[in-house]
Design a protein around this ligand. Structure first.
Ligand SMILES: C[S@@+](CC[C@H](N)C(=O)[O-])C[C@H]1O[C@@H](n2cnc3c(N)ncnc32)[C@H](O)[C@@H]1O
Length: 195
């Protein structure tokens, strides 16, 4: 039997609302929560990777997402920093730092789209990634069950202490073209977990 492959995240639609200033403010908050870590890993950075929001020197920033534009740089903010934007699924990336701040915003890995077997495999591969993080900044769409489920799974799997819990609601006109976009999920829960 042919091996099951991962579906293209998002299908034929975009998450255009994530590019709005309102939604990008989640990233500014996330970066602020990671000011004191040396290494950042983001999974699912899409088109607004955490790299653009970092305001304090880092040793490395790695962003992994099949949709991301590749980037390889040796400086950030004018300081030495290994910056990598990797167009891949996290399951296929093997070069994680030993310890890091992990950014997981608006993720569900679309686990409801895959077989139980593949879903279990993906989660198994995710266990060491979340457990190697010293701090996790994660965010779930309040009205999207799969997103809340994954955030709960991360919390349970790590057993880390919840050091921040912010509820955010984006109101009003987002100022972006939503014609080929999934509808905005405007209520968000930003959670910080510390080892
Ligand atoms: C809803 S978007 C969220 C984007 C961004 N983090 C934000 O909140 O603005 C989910 C992103 O996760 C990425 N993604 C899905 N499965 C992934 C996987 N297994 N590894 C890495 N990225 C994944 C998708 O390509 C997509 O860009």
């Amino acid at each position: 039997m042919a091996k099951e492959t991962m579906p293209t995240p998002g299908g034929d639609k975009e998450w255009a609302y994530l590019g709005s200033r309102a939604f990008q403010s989640r990233y500014a908050l996330a970066a602020w929560q990671l000011e004191d870590v040396d290494h950042i890993v983001e999974i699912g950075g899409y088109r607004t990777p955490i790299t653009g929001f970092v305001r304090t020197p880092k040793k490395s920033v790695t962003v992994i997402d099949p949709h991301i534009t590749p980037l390889s740089a040796e400086t950030l903010l004018g300081q030495p920093c290994k910056v990598r934007h990797v167009p891949a699924f996290f399951q296929d990336w093997k070069e994680y730092p030993e310890s890091y701040g992990l950014v997981l915003l608006g993720l569900d890995f679309e686990l409801y789209e895959v077989s139980r077997k593949l879903r279990a495999e993906i989660l198994d591969q995710f266990v060491p990634v979340v457990r190697a993080a010293s701090r996790i900044v994660m965010e779930a769409a309040t009205d999207w069950t799969a997103s809340r489920w994954l955030a709960g799974w991360v919390e349970k799997t790590t057993g880390y202490r919840r050091s921040l819990d912010l509820v955010i609601e984006m109101q009003g006109d987002l100022g972006v073209d939503l014609s080929n976009s999934w509808p905005p999920l405007r209520k968000r829960h930003l959670i910080v977990l510390d080892r």
